[in-house]
Ligand binder design. Sequence first.
Ligand code: ADP
Ligand code: GN1
Ligand code: MG
Length: 366
Amino acid sequence: MSERSIGELYEAAGQFLTDGEMYECEPYGNGHINDTFSALCRNASGRVTRYILQAVNGTVFKEPERLMQNILSVTEFLKRSETDERRVLSLIKTVSGDCFFRDRGGTYWRMYLFIDDSLCLERPESPEDFYQCAYAFGKFQRDLNGFPADTLYEVIPDFHNTAKRYNDFLKALEADKCGRAAEVKAEAELIKSRAGFYPLLADSHKKGLLPLRVTHNDTKSNNVLLDAVTRKALCVIDLDTIMPGFSVTDFGDSIRFGASTAAEDEKDLDRVGLDLELFEAYTAGYLDGCAGELSESEIMLLPEGAMMMTIECGMRFLSDYLEGDVYFKTGYERHNLIRCRTQLRLFEDMESRTDEMKKIVRRYLK
Ligand code: ADP
Ligand code: GN1
Ligand code: MG
């Protein structure tokens, strides 16, 4: 996305019913998709309130108004049983009563109350932190159990349909728009060699082993907030991709990001692997948060969910590299290729430790 001018930010912020006028607005967080800002407003009595101001990524999200309707209905549903303002995202209304503002350039803006005294972890600092992230996502899943899934707009169809992602990857490789295919031969071969694995979750669904649920679909540890004082689960954020999906992919994406021994863009591949202690902490937290919702077949497929999300993310990063880095925000040349390599290394490590992961999840069967 383009750089945002100060004028643009003030114009957008001015549309929302904030407590006072904005006087400071700074880029915030490490999301790969939207443009996020921390906005400080001061009212006439000098009271300062912090908000999150976001420009929704219009390339990734084709129908922002319907996406915002999803977020509004999900947060309103959650607020029926949760009154603590710090535990559910609060959208700020605009002067015309909407939950978004469309500027003259066609960019959609939204504003949330900033959840104060919270921690947003790029990496869990202990198994207990990771347990808390897992608990939050598990509880989120359980709380949305009664949500009418058929009212949700499918924001990105086939978002975690790995077989479809694989086909998209093959097309990007074939098209080789930027002349980068030769450079990624080894990575492409690895991805191709596992083609038989990709339909597994969809097939398990067809066999009745994986029910469709309302899922978050982007369960990185930086999409959940912990309380800064107690370090307990506080609030699930980044609700753009709430759609019907599988519990095991929500679980799997968290493992991919948070139970790796290294960052998503670590350059030294020798540092990348699966931390089984973190895997176990997440399993315990997620199942406690879900409180008995998951069936035995779902629990037994959790390790495959982790492997699927890891190789899927690897092929998504590689496809974006081949297409010229048009989807994920990148910080430097080859950033997507580096990210792809970490995912593939993590996937191979997970494959070699499938039995150990299975042993862990089996212990959590009731
Ligand atoms: P992206 O889709 O680009 O990842 P997010 O909605 O996840 O965007 O926001 C980016 C970052 O902003 C988050 O990782 C978190 O650090 C911070 N953030 C978002 N919403 C809030 C909020 N309501 N309160 C505090 N921090 C937030
Ligand atoms: C994106 O928005 P963010 O940074 O939380 C992406 C996820 C990827 C992730 C990889 C809408 O998540 O699917 O797994 O990057 N979100 C979207 O870090 O594509
Ligand atoms: Mg995010």
